[in-house]
Design a protein around this ligand. Structure first.
Ligand SMILES: C=C(O[C@H]1C=CC=C(C(=O)O)[C@@H]1O)C(=O)O
Ligand SMILES: [Mg+2]
Length: 463
């Protein structure tokens, strides 16, 4: 990494042109500067015409938001060692970049943002054909809102025959467009919806409980799809606005690829790393919210003591604790879960804190944690094999890590649940649930129905 001390954009661009000429290859320049406040959703909306697609991220704490437009570079990897491949491609790219980022705030500079498929060994259907096994994008323009301060990072690929003045002019035009105020278009409206094979899905839950009773596994997470048709091509920006307003306590994410956009509001952190400190989350076990405070409390107390939900949760705690302990010190995990309330439902929640051992990166942890028993099952290999063989759904990026990392060893990945894949005038919504020995197919079916509601309501499918 060449950390430039240059203050002026013009000088940085010239340095990049000179570097491109001397190595006779393109040069990535990343230039970060403070900018006046702008709503990240407006920035996202303004970015619709940038090649490669847009990205969006808001963390559950509300302390970090990212909005990106265009694609300066893309890193892809496939197969079993996709996390290692990604790590080495990312390191190489960062080493060769010219980076001007005096303040080095988390989530600024040349970040890589993207996701992974749930299971690279499952054949891909046409539903997810524009989403590779894994893809991390370095957006051309990135707005970072961190602790209330706004930064713009411009990631520019400079070629040997480029002229500095032309590049600067293009950047000036782009930033004027992206930072301008905008009126958001109307959100989508669902004209029809259809559940994909609900009866076959319930039967599969039954089969999974049989497999568990035979002792082959202890838990298998099964998911299903709900398809919705819109009256017109769907606009994503107003959906993000609505998610940000309605789903506090959740990560709001979007990854646009070609014409498709995968987005959601997930409560499930996989891992966060900042200054070597690691946070992970065990979130599994679900109940609805009550309509009155008294009812809500009663349901919450029941959830806290319910054996079936506690066992769903405990499998996750044990696996995450073990995986984190293998590469961290000072691992802290409370003995008992607490409630994690969301707008439409509540979960059992156990936070995990630790300090990363020297030499480990966030992608090492993502690799060890995915899939946790909140999305795969336990033991992992057997449950994922069951899902691969029996589940009809092509999960694609659903249920898998989505997030970002920066050049300073910070990053955060969430598990992409409570999500939808929007494709022009229709969308697929995904929801799953943890099946254990005494799961009841009808109750699991109802649980997935509630899990569809956060996305369904912001897509104009439910009041
Ligand atoms: C698989 C999903 O939820 C997981 C996360 C939290 C609670 C879960 C449950 O109680 O079954 C699931 O394991 C989903 O929302 O699609
Ligand atoms: Mg459950």
């Amino acid at each position: 990494m060449i950390q430039t001390e240059l203050k002026e954009l013009g000088l940085a661009v010239e340095e990049a042109v000179t570097a491109a000429r001397s190595k006779q290859d393109s040069q990535l320049l990343s230039f970060t500067e403070p900018v006046p406040a702008i709503d990240p959703v407006s920035f996202f909306a303004n970015g619709f015409s940038f090649d490669g697609g847009r990205i969006f991220w808001g963390n559950a704490a509300g302390s970090l938001m990212l909005a990106g437009a265009g694609e300066a570079r893309a890193l892809t990897a496939s197969g079993n060692n996709r996390f290692e491949q990604m790590e080495s491609k990312w390191k190489k790219m960062i080493q060769e970049a010219i980076i001007h980022n005096p303040q080095r705030k988390p989530g600024t500079g040349p970040i890589a943002f993207g996701g992974f498929s749930f299971d690279p060994a499952k054949p891909v259907t046409s539903l997810w054909e524009s989403f590779p096994d894994s893809k991390l994008r370095i957006p051309a323009y990135l707005l970072t809102v961190v602790n209330g301060k706004h930064y713009l990072t411009s990631n520019i690929v400079v070629d040997q025959d480029d002229r500095s003045a032309d590049i600067e002019q293009r950047m000036e035009q782009d930033r004027r467009l992206l930072l301008s105020s905008v009126t958001l278009p109307e959100g989508p409206f669902v004209s029809s919806k259809s559940e994909v094979e609900p009866l076959a899905w319930k039967q599969l839950v039954r089969e999974a409980t049989e497999t568990i009773k035979q002792g082959e596994t202890e838990k298998i997470v099964l998911a299903r799809e709900l398809r919705v048709q819109f009256s017109d091509k769907a606009n994503v920006a107003p959906v993000l606005k609505a998610l940000t307003a309605s789903q506090t306590n959740s990560y709001i994410f979007a990854f646009e690829n070609e014409e498709d956009c995968f987005l959601g509001a997930t409560p499930e952190r996989l891992v966060k790393v900042e200054d070597k400190k690691l946070l992970s989350t065990c979130l599994a076990g679900t109940a609805p919210r009550g309509t009155t405070e008294a009812e809500d409390n009663r349901i919450g107390q029941q959830l806290l003591t319910d054996e079936k939900n506690r066992s769903e949760h405990q499998f996750v705690v044990e696996m995450i604790k073990k995986a984190v302990s293998a590469c961290c010190e000072q691992v802290r995990v409370p003995d008992e879960p607490v409630l994690y309330p969301l707008k439409n439902l509540q979960h059992l929640y156990t936070p995990v804190e630790a300090v990363l051992h020297e030499g480990y990166t966030i992608l090492d942890i993502v690799k060890r944690l995915h899939p946790t028993p909140a999305l795969g099952g336990l033991p992992s290999e057997e449950s994922v094999a069951f899902i691969r063989e029996h589940e009809h759904l092509d999960r694609g990026w659903y249920g898998a890590p989505i997030g970002w990392l920066d050049a300073y060893q910070n990053g955060e990945f969430a598990v992409a649940i409570r999500s939808a894949l929007i494709q022009d005038d229709h969308a697929s919504l995904f929801a799953g649930c943890g099946v254990v020995r005494d799961s009841n197919p009808e109750e699991e079916y109802l649980e997935t129905n509630i899990k569809f509601t956060p996305m369904l309501s912001v897509l104009g499918g439910q009041s």
